[in-house]
Design a protein around this ligand. Sequence first.
Ligand SMILES: [Zn+2]
Length: 257
Amino acid sequence: MPELPEVEIYARYFARHALRQRIARVRVLDERILGAVRKDAFARALRGRAFTRVRRHGKHLFADAGGTWLHLHFGMTGDLSTYDDAPPRFARVIFDFDNGAHLAFEDMRLFGVADTIPDPDAFIRLHALGPDPLSLRLGEFRRIVEGRRGAAKSLLMSQDVIAGIGNLYADETHFQASIAPRRPADQLAPVEIKTIFLTMRKILLTTIERKERGDDYPPRYLIHHREEGARCPRCGGTIVKSVVFGRTTYSCARHQM
Ligand SMILES: [Zn+2]
């Protein structure tokens, strides 16, 4: 499921392949992928224009088409690809550019969304999305989480606190920060909040860098060991499964305090 690092890679891909080319044609192959916009209005809003820049906020991608923005959300199985001859099997929307290139927005399971919106900042406010973790500063993070109740894990999982972190990266952050995910958030020491913040950023940036090269996660990441009773790659303790903030959570019984 695409989370922030994957969407960052899609945003970079979009920037490499789809900017500054006139959009000759917009083909909606399956209307179920569209948000509130109708097929004809979607195509009309983008045809003849060119994307000039890409912006990512959390798991949302926005591309500026001059007066209107394309918004993509990747749901469970969304992806972007260019092709020469035949479009990919699950292409839902295709952009044909004047230079002959084709960009497909694919989504097998159709939980994603393609839409046109007037303004990403208004969209972010309307959906009450917190700041993006990669443009957030520690001081701001401290202010946002101060006084929040609930499990520590809920800080990272709540999209109104911080946008774009899902279950996997929240667990990975707590694992690497050595903090138990069910610790009450309002009892975290300032140094622990700092550790969570820095660890989260490091994991996101490392993942983006490695995935862009086609590499897997580092071997000592929890993500390879998400199984009840597995051995902790960090301390040799036991990985336990629990439910925190309503989600299946894996953590080490020994080194996460
Ligand atoms: Zn451990």
